[in-house]
Design a protein around this ligand. Structure first.
Ligand SMILES: C[S@@+](CC[C@H](N)C(=O)[O-])C[C@H]1O[C@@H](n2cnc3c(N)ncnc32)[C@H](O)[C@@H]1O
Length: 281
């Protein structure tokens, strides 16, 4: 496994933002051992995204005649999505990355012995790989980017002409049912704006863009179990702007437990595919 490249430039981040990124990566480090046991939604989304990705690349044709010589995965986790990608594109040379060193170790163990795979610890938001790819993809990591609209054009620069950027992330109305019941849990509205700006950025930069939305519903015995489920997979780091008040949280946990009604949780997903124009202008 290789560590961060020497030239990674994250200098535009403030100390607070860097500290937040550190907390995100450490939370996923800590969760890497138990991730497979609890990441049911992530596994389901990985399946859906792998099929959708093929549909996008085939562009309506029923044949698998597209060629993907080299590809990059961002935020591989323990490798659910990676395994599906490698099955789907067995001839492709993959660079498989994650910001969490422990996650990269896990995926390396899962897919050991495949000479077409290279593993690297990297912040997908500030890639300094001196390479371009035919495909860049990611399942459920871009919601952890500090500034997605700014990151997308940088990622497009890592695509070969005609190359694809395909990812699933959490949509702007993710967990809206939960937030309707517990408004204080809601992060500030900037993530909504950020996704809209991101889609506009891709519209400007690419010739083809597809978007697909879906919702996965899950029930939890109470609010506490839902919050614990996020923590178990490493996704419990609060948003940067989140000012959770302890007394409100404790009251909500009590209220949810006493209600003895399941908490219905809505995972709202956004799938995006963008293609770099086949010839540079
Ligand atoms: C919810 S998990 C998804 C993992 C995997 N793609 C899957 O389908 O199970 C999110 C992953 O994104 C990674 N991640 C978070 N921020 C990242 C960043 N800036 N760059 C690269 N990976 C990041 C985390 O370490 C974690 O492994």
């Amino acid at each position: 496994m290789r560590r961060f490249g020497a030239g990674i430039d994250r200098s535009e981040l403030t100390p607070d933002q860097l500290a937040w990124k550190g907390r995100v990566s450490q939370a996923f480090d800590r969760a890497s051992d138990r991730y497979d046991q609890y990441a049911h939604v992530q596994r389901q989304v990985a399946n859906g995204l792998s099929h959708w990705l093929v549909e996008c690349l085939q562009g309506g044709s029923t044949k698998n005649d597209f060629e993907v010589g080299s590809a990059l995965e961002i935020g591989c986790g323990t490798g659910f999505f990676t395994s599906l990608l490698v099955e789907t594109f067995p001839l492709t040379h993959w660079t498989v990355t994650d910001v969490s060193p422990a996650m990269v170790e896990s995926v390396e163990k899962r897919l050991t012995g495949n000479s077409k795979l290279k593993f690297q610890v990297a912040d997908g938001e500030y890639l300094e790989l001196p390479k371009t790819f035919d495909l860049i993809c990611s399942n459920l990591s871009f919601q952890w980017f500090h500034d997605l609209p700014a990151a997308l054009p940088r990622l497009m620069q890592h695509l070969n002409p005609g190359g694809w950027l395909v990812f699933a992330t959490l949509d702007s109305n993710n967990f809206s049912k939960v937030y309707a019941r517990y408004p204080f849990l809601k992060p500030s509205p900037c993530s909504t704006d950020s996704l809209q700006v991101s889609l506009r950025v891709l519209e400007d930069a690419s010739s083809i863009q597809r978007v697909h939305r879906e919702t996965i519903m899950r029930s939890f015995p109470d609010l506490r179990e839902f919050l614990v489920s996020l923590k178990r997979i490493g996704a419990g780091t609060p948003a940067k702007e989140f000012n959770r008040r302890k007394s409100e949280l404790l009251a909500a946990l009590r209220q949810s437990r006493d209600a003895q009604v399941d908490e219905e949780v809505d995972y709202r997903l956004l799938f995006v595919a963008a293609q770099k124009p086949p010839t540079e202008p």
